[in-house]
Write a protein that binds this ligand. Structure first.
Ligand code: ADP
Length: 373
């Protein structure tokens, strides 16, 4: 928008008319004081400023404006009787530009100058926009890089822990075998196997991440019984965590079309998290329901819970709650993978949680959606 400042009403009206005819948006002020008030309130690309006005003259107005951060980019064209006065203009005015036109105003020259200032303003605006989006892009990339570095260090540590245990058990096994102690050999073998399974899961998760990133995750789709899947998993989880009572609430009573192994992976992730993040508790509820061809499956624990801010981030790649990350092992990718699997089944994941009072993670998928494998 352009602001015209002139104490002569005829000048204001005629300038306004010409500029509006050329599609410029125009505002007017009849004195320096009024102009300052308007500059504080509105944003102007250009101010056309009469130099000779009673009260504050044009130069004083320009000098005052030079102090407003809001008008930093605003250009000024002075309308003065004699151009010699131009050199006296506001000290240190660092605006979008300064120019002058002598009176009587030649409208063609004024229009030319106005158009030039507008073009410069547009170019500046675009450059600023570009600069801001580049700065934002650099920040995003830096953050992603930082998260990746952090992830690599956590992943190496997580892989090393079971590997070191396996190495230890193999040494113990060697000794027990030499002694011919079959019972101890069996015990060590079982323990080594648990650690190897941990390694297996970690490596599978890492491979899944790279498959998701490259869009190469494949689904093997068929109808299967979700009720069987849930029963089996509750049984398996109970075997390795007998201290937990896993209650089953509800049945689907129908087959679901999807990738059984991938959906099993999601439920396992919810269940292992429910156990891991609930020390000192011993109960978990698994709820299954089908309504309007939508399967709803949730896993509710009574553990540490999550604050609203943490809840917003849990499905993000590499996210782990900072205050508990030392206490519980993990890579921060299980829920991200789960959410990708559910999205690819045409569904959505979510959670209800209260800090300190447990969480309920759930997913919903259509029971018979024919998705692309
Ligand atoms: P991981 O458990 O390996 O860190 P996940 O992607 O499965 O990775 O979970 C991401 C983060 O979400 C966890 O680090 C944890 O902070 C939080 N979280 C997940 N499940 C629960 C839960 N049931 N209760 C509390 N916090 C949870």
């Amino acid at each position: 928008m352009i602001l015209i400042v002139d104490d002569t009403p005829e000048n204001l009206i005629s300038l306004k008319k010409v500029l509006e005819k050329h599609d410029f948006e125009v505002d007017t002020a009849a004195s320096g004081e009024e102009a300052l008030k308007k500059v504080l309130k509105n944003s102007y690309v250009l101010i056309i400023l009469d130099v000779q006005m009673p009260g504050m003259d044009g130069f004083e107005v320009a000098e005052a404006i030079s102090g407003y951060s809001k008008a930093k980019e605003t250009a000024i064209i002075f309308l003065s009787a004699a151009n010699t006065a131009f050199k006296f203009i506001a000290k240190g005015y660092s605006s979008g530009g300064l120019d002058y036109i002598t009176k009587p105003v030649d409208m063609n020259i004024l229009l030319l100058k106005v158009k030039t200032f507008y073009r410069i303003y547009e170019q500046n605006r675009k450059l600023n926009e570009m600069q801001n989006s580049l700065i934002a892009e650099i920040e995003t990339r830096k953050e992603a890089e930082r998260k990746k570095d952090e992830f690599i260090s956590i992943a190496s540590h997580e892989l090393k822990t079971p590997l070191t245990s396996v190495k230890g058990y193999v040494q113990l096994l060697e000794r027990s075998v030499n002694k011919g102690d079959t019972e101890t050999v069996k015990k060590h073998l079982a323990k080594a196997q648990v650690q190897l399974e941990k390694l297996n899961v970690l490596i599978a998760d890492l491979l899944d991440i790279s498959k998701i990133e490259s869009g190469k995750i494949k689904f093997n789709l068929q109808y299967f019984s979700i009720d069987h899947l849930v029963d089996n998993l509750i049984e398996v989880m109970y075997q390795s965590n007998p201290e937990f009572k896993i209650n089953r609430i509800g049945f689907a009573n129908c087959d679901v079309y999807g990738d059984e192994m991938r959906l099993e992976q999601v439920v396992i992730n919810f269940l292992t998290n429910a156990i891991k993040y609930s020390p000192g508790t011993n109960e978990i509820n698994v709820k299954v329901d089908v309504k309007d061809d939508q399967l709803y499956l949730s896993v509710k624990d009574f553990g540490i819970g999550l604050s609203p801010e943490q809840q917003q981030n849990v499905f993000e790649k590499f996210y782990r709650v900072e205050e508990t990350s030392q206490r519980f092992p993990g890579l921060g990718i299980g829920l991200y993978i789960s959410s990708e699997i559910i999205t690819r089944h045409g569904g959505r994941v979510g959670l209800k949680s209260e800090y300190g009072n447990g969480s309920e993670f759930y997913f919903m998928i259509p029971t018979n959606l024919k998705i692309e494998a």
